[in-house]
Design a protein around this ligand. Sequence first.
Ligand code: NAG
Ligand code: ZN
Length: 243
Amino acid sequence: MMLLKTFFALCVALLVSGAPTEEQLEKRQRAAVITRCTVPNTAALTFDDGPYWYIYDLSRLLKANNATGTFFFNGNNYGCIYSEDNVKRVRYAYNQGHQIASHTWGHRDLTTLTWDQMALRRITGAVPAFMRPPYGNYNNLVLDASGIRKQSVVIWDFDSGDSVGVSPANQKTRYTQLANRRPSTILALNHEVHASTVFDVMPHAINQLRAKGYRLVSVAECLGRAPYQSVGSPEARTSAWTC
Ligand SMILES: *[C@@H]1O[C@H](CO)[C@@H](O)[C@H](O)[C@H]1NC(C)=O
Ligand SMILES: [Zn+2]
């Protein structure tokens, strides 16, 4: 009798509230895809595929120009994120106030999606709120996986072309033309692993964008959102820090 009553009450509650359909449940989990900044007059310079050698020079260039960068780091692409050098690079970028975000573990294998997030938390104490899928490619599986990790997927609305063989001269032309078009906001894709990007194209790009009055901010700032799901203390290295 008690059970029946409970069952009946549940049915009524469901009828009143309307149980979520499977589709609604799916939608709730699926990550949002961001393709542009929303805060007017902001430009977000983003850098994929690191951590890498040039990060100190790149950070100094950004800081010298009152700019904050966003770094989409891999766990194991150009090198293992747990190497002594890479841990220093990630911590340096984070401590300089740049935004740290994830770019998956191996730049390929989306089934290991969770390990890059764990590495960044161990190294910096922060859990990123944003990720970028390799090549900007995603399907519902990627969006579901990112949704479960409570991360938004960040694409871009401007590509310097540095990863697809565009010459540095032409990349600079692209930035000049972009600045002259003067869109309200910019979300720019670059890769910190190319010397020409860091030492040749970026100084030009930053000058052009500053001359047009953009604020050079992180992706989180250009969206008016928080960069991290949580922040805490970095952990000390253990034998589990391997790739
Ligand atoms: C530096 O950047 C911040 C954040 O975008 C901005 O609020 C500030 O006005 C900038 N300062 C200068 C001197 O450009
Ligand atoms: Zn990449």
